[in-house]
Design a protein around this ligand. Structure first.
Ligand code: ADP
Ligand code: MG
Length: 376
């Protein structure tokens, strides 16, 4: 079942929680709603589920309008961050609960719950009280309870928030496996970009109740629609540098320059914000530079080992526009022998550069092909 939101909005009195939102999730895919706390993710989810009424707009399930239907008529299941289980009941009884309240005959309950227990690999603990289980196992039970009704859409609101790191990764994989196996149209609400990128086919990045960009994880990463998305996706976030663009595509920073390039020619010249992913910066070991390579010089302010790469935080020699010290992050092969205070030179070319409007933050090349396509 496909899902569409058309101009969906929600206000609580004077507070506009969600502004005219347009979203599309194809059948069998997982759509992520990603953004900081308070940006309207849960409100959007509740409107889809029918727990909150829309203030404006239409919600379509496979083209059929549902925004006026009560939750029970939408065949949608929800999984919450706090599991919302009956602690004194067994795993089996928690999963059976939605069937029991509908008066499903006993043999049918046994068959359906049995299949779900097997699917979620919970058959070994079917008789246990859920309060004795780990957080990860409890969340698997609540997913089982959601699946047992055979919903057309399943929505998850921060399902991994209360789990520790190992359980997070394990359940993330498990949810993805189930979602793909069942071909379930799903929505995942999260504030964690790593989670959204790992699990979702399409991600809607939201901020302050407004959609910033709807795209695949790769699109958001390579071609962020604005500086908000550029800095929300990726860790460490994209570096943003003030620069001046000439009409022929020449790009000039305080102490660096890139020659004219076709990809930048044709854009209106003037001040721009140049965006560079940390891994687009290369550590230069000698005095190389020029010839299409821009160089940022500075000192290592901090180094973080990450196994086969090191993240360097470099304080640049050239100060920022306001005279303050400017830092960039670089993702370089590790382990590097560099220490705090060491001088470094970081090189970059124009191939993986994004250009943003310095006032609105909008990507000036939003229609440009993906870096991966351009390279092919
Ligand atoms: P998120 O899930 O992204 O953290 P929410 O959708 O919960 O954000 O909230 C979006 C905005 O709407 C917030 O400013 C929040 O305070 C407000 N809000 C949410 N629910 C209500 C409510 N029942 N009454 C008033 N304001 C609300
Ligand atoms: Mg929320």
């Amino acid at each position: 079942m496909s899902l569409d939101l058309q101009g969906v909005a929600k206000s609580y009195g004077d507070v506009a929680a969600v502004h005219a939102l347009d979203l599309h999730c194809p059948t069998g895919q997982m759509l992520g709603l990603l953004g900081p706390s308070g940006c309207g993710k849960s409100t959007t989810l509740k409107m889809i589920a029918g727990i909150e009424e829309v203030s404006a707009g239409r919600i379509l399930f496979s083209g059929r309008e549902v925004q006026a239907l009560p939750p029970g008529a939408r065949n949608i299941a929800m999984v919450f961050e706090d599991y919302a289980l009956y602690a004194h009941l067994s795993v089996f009884e928690n999963i059976a609960f939605p069937l029991r309240v509908r008066g499903t005959p006993k043999p049918e309950v046994a068959g359906k719950v049995g299949a779900i227990l097997k699917l979620l690999r919970l058959d070994g603990i079917a008789g246990e009280k859920v309060r004795k289980l780990s957080g990860g196992a409890q969340q698997r039970v609540s997913i089982g309870r959601a699946l047992v009704r055979n919903p057309e859409v399943i929505v998850f609101d921060e399902p991994l928030s209360h789990l520790d790191a190992d359980q997070k990764v394990e359940l993330r994989t498990e949810i993805k496996r189930l979602q793909q196996l069942q071909g379930l149209t799903s929505i995942l609400v999260t504030h964690d970009q790593t989670e959204a990128i790992a699990m979702c086919d399409v991600i809607a990045v939201m901020n302050a109740g407004e959609l910033q960009q709807l795209g695949s994880p790769q699109e958001l990463y390579d071609r962020p629609a604005n500086t908000f998305v550029a800095q929300f996706i990726g860790e460490p976030p994209m570096n943003l540098l003030a620069a001046e663009l000439a009409p022929d595509g020449r790009l000039t920073g305080p102490d660096w320059r890139l020659p004219p390039a076709a990809a930048r020619a044709g854009l209106t010249g003037g001040p721009v914000t140049a965006g560079l992913r940390p891994e687009a910066l290369r550590l230069l070991r000698d005095e190389t530079g020029g010839d299409g390579l821009a160089v940022l010089a500075g000192r290592v302010a901090f180094r973080e080992h990450r196994g086969d790469t090191d993240i360097l935080l470099v304080a640049l020699d050239a100060p920022g526009p306001d005279g303050a010290e400017l830092h960039v992050s670089a993702d370089v092969p590790g382990p590097s022998p560099l220490r705090q205070g060491d001088r470094v030179r970081l090189g970059f070319d124009g191939s993986r550069l994004c250009l943003f409007d310095p006032v609105t933050g909008r990507n000036l090349q939003a229609d440009a092909p993906l870096a991966t396509e351009a390279a092919a």
